[in-house]
Each structure stands twice: as structure tokens, then as C-alpha cells.
Design a protein around this ligand. Structure first.
Ligand code: AGP
Length: 608
């Protein structure tokens, strides 16, 4: 997704703009640009492709203290120099950067062209904003931005500068992320915290429909009515290393290896000295839970797959019926939602627009909203009734890894919390499960210690152009996550099937040397999985299986087996996904891909 940065202060603006954009590259982009107010004019410099292409044509020492910068993930108009942001009005007195989509941009563009004789250079919706602000501009940039925003529909985080206001940066937020950084005689805007960490830890979280007026020594926030808003300063506690690679070749590998810490942090912050649950942030009471007759888990991508595992945990521990749906479908199938519905949103970034819009729909229909989120203060977090933060730390690699395992911890704890509240989980069952959960960080470390086995497997299989994943029970859900990991960073055509479905069609695709990954961690479905492995092997498949230690029979059935430490069926997915993450990572590097920033993808999809 696009990244935006802005600077107004007393230091040179360009170094911050470029540094800030470099910290937002992980969001995914295909062009980059900056605009600065210099010598009484607005100067725009932009380039298609990587940020390094822009750096090559920018003078870092430009004598300017006001500027905006942008990394563009193309929505309207192909990646090109012309379509790159920032965009300006015809006489280049206004420059704009934008993350999001202006739904009614064509209608406004037609009016600007036909009635106001504006001349457009690009195919983008963003250029419309520049002309619209110029149309309303009468010497007060904030006033012009507010009038333009009244005309625009859609999602946007916008930064704007003007030729005649060399000490003023204006920003506005609607459904796309925007934060403000507070410095000494300098202030910043950005899409996300990593862009600011080098300069300030004092952040203002901007709410929806808020406008921000920044100068070098003052920041004022207004609501849509023009009323000034007070805002607590949020102190960022991340250490800068947490957002750096710390010696790993890629963020993705670093984050795979950070999972023991993420699992431990997420679990132990929710246990008190007596190993009882400390579920602050989840205010739902036992009486309110009793009134809930339907739970929806709604998310996208990896977060959705965590939801599939979470669904089984809640049904197992709390005996409440749960539906799990992808957010992009949920809203459009007119789901049955009322005051007796609990809507659980799962999102690492907390800014995925599909998930956010589904959450808003559920709230509008009276549902209670509980969210599992990794980014503190994100939109999903701020719009929820109950909140469970995962403590995975910043996840920079586009492929979600440590967020997934910490989301599973969240679901296990929430499921047990519910089961204890409604009496469906005995104290003995609770204590047994908590005791086993406390061994997970160590067991994750044991799995990671065997990463070389996976590296060798990847070396044999990285040239495959199709890979199947299959499993039964929760392993069929996990197969979907394993397949997504491989697809999104290796670009191999892969898919996941419930193993029992093989004979209903898919087995027609199995031929000599077809590579099949069989997830066989569920004790009560183990024998069934052995049969499925035999079925595909009988058609020539090469089978790599994942099983729990001690299940040796599979050694005689599959071609290769990776053993995970023994644990319960319910908790096994948290360990079984690790070798799958590693497999995707090593295959991707062997195929020469940009692992952290795979093609066409963004870390946070803030468009629908
Ligand atoms: C997963 O590896 C992908 N990056 C993607 O599917 C991601 O999980 C999805 O876009 C949801 O993102 P979120 O968790 O930030 O909402």
C-alpha cells in the first residue's frame, strides 16, 4: 500500500523524506516521489520503480524545510513517472500526496475539465485532489483542503503543501492510516511508525475525518466540524532494532525467528502470577457472553487463516457456534447480525480496509466487536469494543509470519476465557492447556533449530511449478496458510485441499513427482491421513509430511517427514506452520525473489 511522509521544520526536509520513505518500502510500491517548497516555488521530483531510482535524481542538500513524500502502489493508472505522486494543480502551486482511493474522482474530474478548464497530466485519482484544492484555494490552505474534502468520497490519507505557505503542512485522514510525529522545531506526518522512529517517539494518532495543521512549532487537530481536538501523545516504545533486520538477510526470516519471543510475549502478558488469565481490554462479561448466540470471525489472508484455527478453538473450548469469513465477502452476503452477535476482527496492521469496513457494518447492525490486532492505536483497534493486542512487535515482511502465531495464541486464550465464563471448560482442562501453552515458546525454538532440514527440502523442490498442501481437521485450515505463504513469496502455483476431498476431483491432478505436503498432526485423524498419503503416492506423488514426534508409522508412508515436538491437537498448528514458513522463505530466496517485498503485494491493503 502507498506510504506517505511529510516534514515541516528548521532542518533540511529532503533527508527525512527519503529516509521516511525507505522505512515504508515494506508497504509495497511501484514508484516514489517528493515535493518541496523551495525558493518560493513547489518543486516535484518523482520516479517509477524503486526508491533508489528517486534517490539518484534528488539533491539531498536542497535548501528547503517543507516537503512531502510518497511511495505509490498503483490503483488508478499504471506505474509510471507521470502517475507517481506527488501531484500538482496546473500551475504547480499546490502539491498533494495520497494513500487510498477517491471513489467519485471521475465525476469531479469531469467537472474540473469541463467547467474549470483544468488540464490533467496523469490517470490518477490523486491529481484530481490537487486541482480541487487549487479551485478552493484563497490563501488559506487548511480552508481549501476542508472544502475539497467535503466533495470527496472514498478512503484517503492526504498531505498537502502550497507555494505561498512555506511553513505549513496540512494533512487529512479518512479510512487510511495517518500519524503525526512531534519534534523540536519540526513536525512530521507519516503512514506508519517506522518512518518516524529515527526522529521522534512522540506520536499523535489521527482519527477518521480529522484535519491536521502543522508548522515547525505547532500542530493543531480539527474534527470535521472545524473544532479543535485535544490528543494524548503516544510514546512509541519499540527499539529501533525491532524495525531493522538485526543481521538477518531479510525481515521475513528475522520475523520467523522472532516467533518464540512473540509467542512468549503475547502469552505471558495475559497470565498473572497464578497462571490465571489477565484479559484486560476484553470487557465482555459472562452475562453479555450468555446473550451471544453467534460469533463471526472476519479477516483477510493470513489473519483469516488464523481465524479458521480460532473458530475450532472457540467451538472446542466454549462450545459456541462460530462462522469464519473473508472480509471482502462478509459484507456483501447480508450476514445475520444483531445485538446477539459477536464480531471478531483479526488484523496484523489494523488498517486492512476490507476488514475495517466489515467491522463497521457489524457495528452498524448492533454487533459487539472484539479485535485481535498487532499495531497499537490502529483503526481496527480504535473502533472495537474489546481489544486483544498481539505482542509480535513490528512485522515488516509482507508475508505475515509472527503475527499468525501470536494470533493463534490470542484465539486459544480468548476461547478458554469464554469457556470458563460459560462453564464449558473445566478448571482442570484450563490448567492443562495453559501448562502446555507455556511450553510453546521453547517448542517453537526447537522447531526453528531444525531449519536446515527445511533448507535442504527447499533446495530439492524450489523449481516446482505446482505444489499441493493437504490436511484434515485443523490441518486443512493450516494447509491454506502454508499454501498462501508459498504463493505470495515464491510465486509458485500452489493450493490447499482438505485431504478427504482428494478423491472428489483433485486427485486427477496428481502425477509422477507431483510434490505434495501432507500435514498430519491431528492424532484422531492420523490414520486417515496415512491413507491419503498412500492415495497420492500410488499416483506417483512425492510426499513431504509434517507429524508429531513419536508418530513413526508415517516414516514408512511418506517420502520425507518433519517432526514437530509433541503437543495437543488444538495447539499443533502453532508449531506445524513454522516449517511451512521456512519452506516458503527458502524457496523464495532460491528463486531469486524479493522476499520482503514480493511483486504486486502490499503489507497493509488499505483499499477495497
Ligand atoms: C499474508 O502473508 C499477507 N500479507 C496478507 O494476506 C495479509 O495477511 C492480509 O492482507 C491481512 O492483513 P492484516 O492482517 O494486516 O489485516
Amino acid at each position: 500500500m502507498c506510504g506517505i511522509v511529510g516534514y515541516v521544520g528548521t532542518n533540511k526536509a529532503v533527508p527525512y523524506l527519503i529516509e521516511g520513505l525507505s522505512k515504508l518500502e515494506y508497504r509495497g510500491y511501484d514508484s516514489a516521489g517528493i515535493a518541496v517548497n523551495i525558493g518560493g516555488a513547489v518543486k516535484v521530483i518523482k520516479a517509477k520503480g524503486r526508491l533508489s531510482n528517486l534517490e539518484r535524481i534528488v539533491d539531498m542538500d536542497m535548501d528547503t524545510v517543507l516537503g512531502i513524500g510518497h511511495t505509490r502502489w498503483a490503483t488508478h493508472g499504471a506505474p509510471s513517472d507521470v502517475n507517481a505522486h506527488p501531484h500538482t494543480n496546473s500551475n504547480e502551486t499546490i502539491a498533494v500526496i495520497h494513500n487510498g482511493i477517491i471513489e467519485n474522482y471521475m465525476e469531479i474530474k469531469d467537472w474540473l475539465i469541463n467547467d474549470k478548464k483544468c488540464v490533467f497530466k496523469s490517470e490518477t485519482d490523486t491529481e484530481v485532489i490537487a486541482h480541487l484544492i487549487d479551485y478552493y484555494y484563497d490563501g488559506d490552505l487548511m480552508s481549501a483542503v476542508r472544502k475539497a474534502a467535503d466533495r470527496m468520497e472514498g478512503a484517503y490519507a492526504i498531505g498537502v503543501i502550497a507555494k505561498d505557505e512555506p511553513d505549513r503542512l496540512v494533512a487529512v485522514r479518512k479510512d487510511s492510516p495517518l500519524i503525526v510525529g512531534l519534534g523540536v522545531n519540526e513536525n512530521f506526518i507519516a503512514s506508519d511508525i517506522p518512518a518516524l522512529l529515527k526522529y521522534t517517539r512522540d506520536i499523535l494518532l489521527i482519527e477518521n475525518d480529522e484535519f491536521v495543521d502543522l508548522s515547525k512549532d505547532k500542530v493543531t487537530i480539527y474534527n470535521s466540524l472545524g473544532q479543535e481536538q485535544k490528543r494524548e501523545i503516544y510514546k512509541v516504545t519499540w527499539d529501533i532494532d525491532a524495525a531493522e533486520k538485526e543481521g538477518f538477510e531479510h525481515f521475513t526470516l528475522k520475523e520467523i525467528f522472532e516467533q518464540p519471543k512473540g509467542v512468549r510475549e503475547t502469552l505471558f502478558r495475559r497470565l498473572n502470577a497464578e497462571d490465571d488469565l489477565a484479559m484486560e481490554g476484553i470487557r465482555l462479561t459472562a452475562d453479555e457472553l450468555k446473550n451471544i448466540n453467534k460469533i463471526y470471525i472476519v479477516a483477510c489472508g493470513t489473519a483469516y487463516h488464523a481465524g479458521l484455527v480460532g473458530r475450532r478453538a472457540i467451538e472446542a473450548f466454549a462450545k459456541i457456534p462460530v462462522e469464519c469469513d473473508v472480509a471482502s465477502e462478509f459484507r456483501y452476503r447480508d450476514p445475520f447480525i444483531d445485538e446477539r452477535t459477536l464480531f471478531i476482527a483479526v488484523s496484523q496492521s489494523g488498517e486492512t480496509l476490507d476488514t475495517l469496513q466489515s467491522l463497521r457494518e457489524a457495528k452498524r447492525k448492533g454487533a459487539r466487536v472484539l479485535s485481535i490486532v498487532n499495531v497499537v492505536g490502529s483503526s481496527v483497534a480504535r473502533e472495537s469494543d474489546d481489544l486483544f493486542y498481539t505482542w509480535a512487535g513490528p512485522e515488516i515482511g509482507v508475508a505475515s509470519t509472527k503475527a499468525f502465531t501470536t494470533q493463534l495464541i490470542a484465539f486459544y486464550l480468548i476461547a478458554m476465557h469464554f469457556g470458563r465464563m460459560n462453564g464449558k471448560l473445566t478448571e482442570e482442562e484450563f490448567k492443562t492447556t495453559i501448562t502446555e501453552m507455556k511450553t510453546l515458546p521453547e517448542k517453537v525454538t526447537e522447531v526453528l533449530a531444525k531449519s536446515e532440514e527445511i533448507q535442504k527440502l527447499a533446495a530439492k523442490q524450489f523449481n516446482n511449478e505446482k505444489v499441493f498442501f493437504m490436511g484434515r481437521g485443523v490441518d486443512s485450515d493450516l494447509a491454506m496458510e502454508a499454501s498462501l505463504k508459498l504463493k505470495e513469496i515464491s510465486y509458485i502455483n500452489s493450493f490447499a485441499i482438505p485431504a478427504g476431498e482428494l478423491k472428489h476431483g483433485t486427485i486427477a491432478l496428481i502425477e509422477d513427482e507431483t510434490f505434495v505436503v501432507a500435514l498430519a498432526t491431528q492424532d484422531r485423524l492420523y490414520d486417515k491421513m496415512l491413507s491419503n498419503i498412500k492415495e497420492v503416492k500410488a499416483r506417483g506423488a512425492h510426499v513431504f509430511a509434517i507429524a508429531k514426534e513419536g508418530h513413526l508409522q508415517i516414516d514408512k508412508t511418506a517420502d520425507e517427514v518433519f517432526y514437530i515436538p509433541n503437543t495437543s491437537d488444538a495447539l499443533a498448528p502453532l508449531l506445524a506452520i513454522i516449517p511451512m514458513q521456512l519452506f516458503a522463505y527458502y524457496v523464495s530466496t532460491l528463486r531469486g525473489n524479493d522476499v520482503d517485498k514480493p511483486r504486486n503485494l502490499a503489507k497493509s491493503v488499505t483499499v477495497e
